[in-house]
Design a protein around this ligand. Structure first.
Ligand SMILES: Cc1cc2nc3c(=O)[nH]c(=O)nc-3n(C[C@H](O)[C@H](O)[C@H](O)COP(=O)(O)OP(=O)(O)OC[C@H]3O[C@@H](n4cnc5c(N)ncnc54)[C@H](O)[C@@H]3O)c2cc1C
Length: 481
């Protein structure tokens, strides 16, 4: 529990997020590109990519840079990046496995390689951002994990030990040193992971990658939903409302959206995650917090918050709730959830009581995440190796999707300019294995609700995991945002 809790009725009426506009802050600015035209009529491509988030854009860019003659076409149902890629927290992490602890549990024989590949992947993103002049407010300030309850201190010790083991730079901070970084009375300790996470502006990264793709000769059709894929002679035929594409190779980069390949439904549970953004802080408000090093932060509960400063010194505050809707439902109406926004606002002022009555929220939004039971991406092929997919990033895909792009290209036998210094990615067990599938409905829904309830209970009871969670742990199954 926070040391000094601000009761709900102490949150000023004009600070609750009802006054905040229900759009992602990152899109409510000048500079959003105009949508590109829909695909009409017949088209052909060597490589067709369905989905124009980071997965699709990195796939196109890595392929085109390796082979400029390859004819690449991206088909995006809305505008590139309007889903998770343009509305996330902007934590670009090196980890490919949703943290080293999860990676060590699931891939003990490969974790050293995966940690090294993740670092190279993050370095390669940074190089690309610099080389292409992508103005996405890249700041490699690291991430500070904080404990807000005594039981979480042991979680931090484990995090720091693992960082040591992998030679990653991490500083274990006591309560005073943590509060010297960012002043919240709720902090009992921290681990500052110094260089394995960069903060960035997610929409500006999308726009930069989209521009780079177009400059490299990639064709992009927006407002173009692919409704079916099937084999048609030597090609794969993609159907859209106003056209048809015949492609030699296809990549599915559709994240949590209803998959074009039915078998993927078993592996992905779409989960909604929500965020608030404040108005810009004044210099005095910022000084009341400290936060001179501008790290991203996350607390260490099962239901955790992530938060960071934007380039104009707003605070983005998100996480905690992870909402699944029966039947894998994905719908724009689910991107707003009043109860979650209010809870987030209250928790924000619990964390920063010095801002109560001082700061209002300007934006609120939600987005969908492709949760899978191993919390990190999985990969595969269909149609005799002519189609490849990557999904399951479970809320940590800003960096890892670039690695996934390199994997799907290798699965298709296409060259990729990925700079990961490894000949074969597809020989990794991480790439060859699949997560345990979720059960069908209604068991899926009931199981996820039971897991959410149990995680909240564990947070309220010194982290103690009940029989349900211990059983899931034993089966290697889980649920996370
Ligand atoms: C609120 C929120 C906060 C997050 N915070 C972080 C964070 O701080 N750090 C982090 O690492 N990760 C974070 N994530 C997760 C991260 O954003 C995703 O893992 C990543 O963006 C996934 O990229 P993607 O390209 O695979 O998916 P998406 O960005 O979802 O792209 C998929 C695209 O496919 C398109 N599409 C779907 N179906 C079709 C079809 N049939 N035809 C054509 N197009 C189709 C969609 O319109 C969409 O644009 C967050 C996610 C959310 C929602």
């Amino acid at each position: 529990m926070p040391a000094e809790s601000v009761p709900a009725d102490a949150v000023p009426a004009d600070a609750v997020p009802a006054g905040a506009v229900p759009v992602p802050f990152w899109w409510d600015r000048p500079g959003c590109p105009s949508p590109l035209p829909e695909l009409t009529g017949h088209a052909e491509a060597d490589l067709a990519i369905v989905g124009g988030g980071y997965s699709g854009l990195w796939t196109a860019l890595l392929a085109k840079r390796a082979d400029p003659a390859l004819d690449v076409l991206i088909l995006e149902r809305g505008t590139c990046g309007e889903a998770a890629s343009g509305r996330n927290g902007g934590f670009c992490a090196a980890s490919l496995t949703h943290g080293p602890a999860n990676g060590l549990d699931r891939f003990p024989d490969e974790i050293d390689t995966l940690v090294a590949l993740g670092r190279r992947n993050l370095d390669a993103i940074e190089r690309t951002v610099v080389e292409l002049g992508i103005d996405c407010d890249w700041e490699r300030t690291g991430e500070l994990s904080v404990a807000t309850a005594p039981w979480q201190l042991a979680v931090l010790d484990e995090e720091a030990d693992l960082a040591d083991r992998f030679g990653l730079r991490a500083d274990r901070l006591d309560a005073a040193a943590t509060r010297a970084e960012l002043d919240s009375p709720t902090y009992l300790g921290g681990v500052w992971h110094r260089d394995t996470t960069a903060m960035l502006d997610p929409a500006k990264l999308v726009w930069g990658l989209r521009r780079a793709c177009l400059d490299a000769g990639v064709r992009i059709a927006e407002q173009t939903e692919v409704t079916a894929v099937r084999a048609d002679g030597p090609a794969l035929k993609l159907t859209t409302p106003a056209g048809t594409v015949w492609a030699g190779r296809v990549v599915l980069a559709t994240n949590a959206f209803p998959p074009l390949l039915r078998r993927l439904r078993a592996y992905v549970a779409p989960v909604y995650d929500y965020a608030l953004v404040t108005e810009p802080l004044t210099p005095a408000q910022l000084a009341s917090l400290g936060w001179r090093h501008r790290q991203g932060l996350a607390d260490s509960a099962n239901q955790f918050h992530y938060y960071r400063l934007t380039a104009d010194n707003r605070i983005l505050w998100g996480g905690y709730d992870a909402i699944y809707h029966y039947g894998n439902r994905v719908d724009p109406s689910l991107e707003s959830r009043a109860a979650t926004f209010s809870l987030l606002a209250i928790q924000f002022f619990d964390t920063f009581p010095q801002l109560a009555g001082q700061v209002r929220f300007s934006h609120r939004w939600g987005g969908v995440i492709d949760t899978c039971s191993r919390f990190c991406a999985f990969f595969g092929t269909a149609y005799g190796g002519r189609l490849a997919y990557a999904a399951g990033y479970t809320g940590l895909g800003v960096g890892a999707t670039r690695f996934g792009a390199a994997v799907v290209l290798e699965l298709l036998g296409l060259p990729a300019d990925h700079g990961l210094e490894r000949d074969s990615l597809t020989s990794l067990r991480f790439v060859r294995s699949k997560p345990t599938p979720f059960p069908p409905e209604p068991v899926r829904y009931l199981g996820i609700q039971a897991t959410r309830w149990s995680l909240a209970r564990a947070d309220a009871h010194e982290g103690r995991r009940n029989l349900w969670l211990r059983t899931l742990d034993r089966l290697g199954l889980g649920f996370d945002s």
